[in-house]
Design a protein around this ligand. Structure first.
Ligand code: RM4
Ligand code: MN
Length: 388
């Protein structure tokens, strides 16, 4: 395919993918965190690196922050810094997984004083959202238990709902809460928000501005993620994506690296359900770059999303529908596979150039000298937030 139809290009032009500030910090496994030269030393430098991704791709105009990792003295100042670099501040992520008080839970804790502390942390996040101009508060909870009998798992659901009610009530009229699920880890027996159904049940009881966040790495192997996408869009409750990829567990690898076909299938159902370029459905990355350079890792991830979106957009919907209606199983499958196997990369490169962007953003970043400069300038870059 040498060119893409104009209608598809105008969809692609609207696409925006939020970057996670923590992808630019050092991260690793529980065995070792390898330091990467040039790693940002503070939130300002993380935003500067994120702005590079946007500069070469025009795909990533916003950056998500994690609190307390990205706490600063003045959010007005951070906001101006982002504006000056051509990006804005996005989703605020709360963090109740690194404090000794939260060993047995935060929003679900038996002790009202610990729950109060966790709710107050979310109030602080909402205050920050007002200063940063952020719309979404994203909550991922590291809560659960390791042994049968350890906890009253039903009472924990009730306490969770009560805590979320308090947080939801505090939101501004234009703000939303998105509740992310994950089936295991750090708890190994039960997790308080393990799946989309639980997240849905919890947010549905809150109101219209509470939605589900789907992290593509947070399912058991073999889960049909596009089915969940379809269902949440159908219910009007898909608030956001955390895109990444996984071979085994919550690997947080580059989007589309482990299973490009799965990414394609997800995007096909996003488009089918009206979720593409729909402000209600935020596209975000949730990634860690443990061994590769971080900024090019992010560039690769957003390009993979763009490429797979283009392939999903070229599915011949009329032919697909006709094959489905006539019960032609093989023809229907062939329509989908034709789109998946279409190499859109040359057409996208040409289109980028026509918009004044580099045909190959990876090569343009590598040639820019930015990576060498940050490696020389920045000494003592920090971890994303894990460990010391
Ligand atoms: C969690 C979850 C959250 C992210 C943290 C860093 O596993 O996916 O989205 O905020 O990791
Ligand atoms: Mn996530």
């Amino acid at each position: 395919m040498s060119t893409l139809p104009a209608a598809i290009l105008s969809e692609l032009e609207l696409q925006s993918i939020e970057l996670p500030s923590w992808a630019f910090g050092n991260s690793g496994t529980r065995f070792k965190v390898f330091a990467t030269p040039g790693t940002p030393r503070d939130p300002y430098e993380k935003i500067a690196d994120a702005a590079q991704v946007h500069k070469y791709t025009a795909l990533a105009p916003t950056v998500a922050l994690h609190i307390p990792w990205d706490k600063v003295d003045s959010y007005d100042d951070l906001r101006t810094h982002a504006d000056d670099l051509g990006v804005s501040l996005g989703t605020i992520n709360s963090n109740t997984f690194q404090d000794d008080d939260y060993k047995f839970g935060a929003l679900t804790h038996e002790d009202p004083a610990v729950r109060r502390k966790a709710i107050d942390h979310h109030f602080e996040c909402i205050d920050i959202m007002h200063a940063t101009g952020s719309r979404d508060l994203k909550i991922w909870l590291a809560e659960g238990s390791n042994y049968p009998g350890q906890n009253d798992i039903r009472a924990r659901q009730d306490r969770l709902q009560d805590s979320l009610q308090q947080i939801y009530a505090r939101l501004g009229d234009e703000q939303r809460l998105v509740l992310e699920y994950k089936f295991f880890e750090p708890a190994f027996y039960h997790t308080d928000v393990p799946d989309w159904g639980t997240s849905y049940a919890q947010v549905a009881a809150l109101g219209d501005r509470a939605m589900v966040c789907l992290d593509t790495g947070h399912h058991a192997p073999g889960t049909n993620i596009e089915f969940i996408v379809m269902q949440l869009l159908r219910l009007g409750k898909l608030g956001s994506f955390d895109f990444n990829s996984r071979f085994y567990a919550d690997d947080d690898l580059i989007v589309g690296a482990a299973d490009p076909f799965q990414l394609f299938r997800i995007l096909v159902d996003v488009i089918r359900g009206g979720g593409l370029n729909n402000p209600d459905v935020a596209f975000m990355l949730d990634k860690c770059h443990n061994i590769e350079d971080k900024t090019p890792g992010q560039i690769r991830s957003v390009l993979n999303v763009q490429e797979m979106t283009a392939r999903a957009l070229i599915v011949d919907q009329d032919a697909l529908r006709a094959a489905q209606v006539s019960g032609d199983v093989l023809a229907a499958n062939a329509v989908l596979m034709d789109a998946f196997y279409t190499d859109v990369r040359p057409a996208l490169a040409e289109w980028r150039e026509s918009r004044g962007l580099p045909a190959d953003p990876m090569a343009a970043y590598a040639a820019s000298g930015y990576q060498e400069k940050i490696e020389a300038d920045r000494v003592g870059g920090v971890q994303a937030g894990w460990g010391a």
